[in-house]
Design a protein around this ligand. Structure first.
Ligand SMILES: NC(=O)c1ccc[n+]([C@@H]2O[C@H](COP(=O)([O-])OP(=O)(O)OC[C@H]3O[C@@H](n4cnc5c(N)ncnc54)[C@H](OP(=O)(O)O)[C@@H]3O)[C@@H](O)[C@H]2O)c1
Length: 233
């Protein structure tokens, strides 16, 4: 049984990834702060697909939380094959209006959170010649005035992914760069496709497809958006 770790698995893209990978027979380690949501999801996936699901509290902004989570997961499963570093938050506002606290918060989750999560699982993934997927965004290589902090965290995460790749050629690092997705990221989900949003299931479906490519193929980045989203670069 292959094992996948998903951060930010309580909602949105992470939850959809968990559902899709459980259907493929993966053992799952699900992390997020909303343990109640993880417990419900884990219970449902175990019952429906008969897979082993571990869920645990995870706050990627706290080094000790990431370490504890990784220890628990590695003790339980003995190793991991796939890591999806997905946990992330939004942050709007002009750069000259953002506070120190807001700037720190978004970098802690979206950039440092990715770095410390990948670092924690890397020895095991290296051993298994596994895959690390980091969910950045289509904005990881473009600019949006009024969302500069968020955008900067994703450019930085992109730099981390590529540097990790160069330093660890035996691991397949993949940057997933979705455009707008209908999740809690924008408040309450429920938007129409025509408004320019993909569904979280679309992201999960693409990821499962990519995982099934032959092991000698390394997909390094994928940028994908709704056909109703304006093509901007
Ligand atoms: N939605 C979009 O349009 C879009 C587009 C491109 C990229 N993305 C990226 O996709 C990823 C997932 O976002 P989403 O759209 O699925 O949003 P979402 O529905 O708001 O889900 C975000 C997930 O991240 C978790 N999270 C937030 N802070 C965390 C922390 N400190 N520690 C651990 N987990 C944390 C949340 O869980 P808890 O609150 O339970 O901790 C939740 O499970 C993010 O990295 C986001 O930047 C989203």
């Amino acid at each position: 049984m292959k094992v996948a770790v998903i951060t930010g698995a309580s909602k949105g893209i992470g939850e959809a990834m968990a559902r899709a990978l459980a259907k493929e027979g993966y053992g799952l380690a699900l992390g997020a702060r909303s343990v109640d949501l993880l417990e419900r999801l884990g219970g449902e996936l175990k019952e429906r697909y008969g897979v082993d699901v571990l869920h645990a509290f995870l706050d990627v902004t706290k080094p000790e939380s990431v370490e504890e989570f990784a220890k628990e997961v590695l003790e339980h499963f003995g190793g991991v094959d796939v890591l999806v570093a997905n946990a992330g938050i939004g942050m709007g506002g002009r750069l000259d209006e953002l506070t120190e606290e807001e700037m720190e918060r978004v970098f802690q989750v979206n950039t440092l959170g990715v770095w410390r999560t990948v670092k924690a699982f890397l020895p095991s993934i290296r051993e298994r010649k596994g895959t690390v997927a980091v969910v950045t965004s289509d904005v990881s290589a473009r600019l949006i005035p009024g969302a500069g902090a968020y955008v900067a965290t994703k450019w930085a995460a992109r730099a981390l992914v590529r540097t990790f790749q160069m330093e660890n050629p035996e691991v397949r690092f993949m940057e997933l760069r979705p455009g707008a997705v209908d999740t809690h990221f924008y408040g309450k989900p429920g938007r129409r496709i025509e408004e320019g949003f993909m569904k979280p299931e679309d992201v999960a479906k693409l990821f499962v497809y990519l995982l099934k490519l032959p092991p000698h193929v390394r997909v390094e980045e994928v940028m994908f958006r709704s056909v109703y989203q304006k093509p901007e670069y």
